[in-house]
Design a protein. Structure first.
Length: 115
């Protein structure tokens, strides 16, 4: 998923040890938004792709219609990015999450680091 049509999302939670509200990049994929902390280029390809990202179902967002707002969507849940992206794998594409509508986040931290 190249970085082409990027939204801005307001998210409350924890990023790099900091608690608060953050505006992060987001992309739409089916009934999910991918929240991106870091973009990177892929060798031999044009553009940037999500390097550190998670997918969250759209039902956990409000769409902001105010044209003066600095963001287009607002997450209704608190997200601990540090916990969710703490494993070796740092890319969770929204397409992968799309098939798991009963999970708020997938994979959950315990899926990557059992016990």
């Amino acid at each position: 998923m190249p970085k082409d049509s990027v939204l801005r999302a307001l998210v409350s939670g924890k990023i790099n040890g900091q608690l608060g509200e953050f505006i992060v990049d987001a992309f739409e994929r089916g009934d999910t938004y991918g929240l991106v902390l870091e973009w990177t280029s892929k060798q031999g390809e044009t553009g940037e792709f999500p390097n550190r990202a998670i997918g969250v179902p759209k039902k956990f967002f409000d769409v902001i219609t105010d044209p003066s707002s600095p963001y287009e969507i607002k997450c209704l849940r608190t997200i601990d990015f540090d916990d969710l992206l703490s494993g070796e794998r740092t890319v969770f594409d929204a397409e992968e999450i799309w098939g798991k509508p009963n999970d708020l986040f997938y994979p959950r931290p315990n899926d990557e680091n059992p016990g």
